[in-house]
Design a protein around this ligand. Structure first.
Ligand SMILES: [Ca+2]
Ligand SMILES: [Ca+2]
Length: 210
């Protein structure tokens, strides 16, 4: 048994020897885009009220007991980018949480509510961070919307670097359309992966010997 323990200690030492020089490197991020294109599938001509949507680790609910909308992307009065998106009618709201629980925001596509109200809209994002602090950003659209016409209805807005370490993001305002929410989480640390690999190898070794 002492022999096995010595081997395990050697492996851990080896893994830390590999890990220590890597500690000086900045941690990267893993980014992805929530498209709201489903599943579940939504017919392009449908506009539906929902209380829950989940995609790629991100959960969307209304703030409190309300609702929000999901549009199929083929309704003439709505902004158009060829895909499904979220929409907030009068009194709607949105709350976003993530898995893993801490996340950051990179960017979001926003557009006006519909061609019937073709005005610029200010969309308020409220971010709740792990340390109890709150960050607020207002994005105002350009007021350009022609549905399926030649104009570009959606604009991409970028969040500042402070939009990280978030536990929850809320949009308390309504009258907007939202698509392509780009999210990030810290990449798994290379050092911790190496230690994990060494421990897994040691466990396999002992299992074979048992
Ligand atoms: Ca989409
Ligand atoms: Ca627009």
């Amino acid at each position: 048994m002492k022999h096995y323990v010595r081997i395990l200690i050697s492996m851990v030492r080896l893994s830390f020897g590999l890990v220590m020089p890597l500690h000086g490197f900045a941690q990267g991020t893993f980014q992805w885009t929530v498209t709201f294109d489903g599943p579940p599938y939504i017919d392009p001509t449908h506009d539906i009220a929902i209380t829950y949507y989940y995609e790629q680790g991100m959960t969307f609910r209304p703030i409190g007991t309300g609702q929000f909308g999901r549009s199929g992307g083929g309704i003439p009065q709505r902004p158009y980018n060829g895909t499904a998106f979220l929409v907030a009618a009068y009194t709607d709201s949105l709350s976003v949480t993530g898995t893993p629980s801490l996340f950051g925001l990179v960017s979001v596509d926003l557009a006006e509510y519909s061609t019937v109200v073709p005005y610029a809209v200010t969309v308020r994002f409220v971010g709740y961070r792990y340390n109890g602090s709150v960050i607020v950003t207002n994005f105002t659209t350009d007021g350009i919307i022609d549905g399926m016409g030649p104009l570009v209805d959606f604009e991409t807005f970028y969040f500042s670097p402070e939009w990280s370490g978030l536990t929850r993001v809320e949009i308390p305002t309504y009258g907007w359309c939202l698509d392509n929410l780009r999210v990030f989480v810290p990449e798994p640390n290379i050092g911790s992966l190496l230690v994990l690999a060494a421990v897994m190898a040691a466990l396999r070794f002992f299992k074979r010997r048992a």
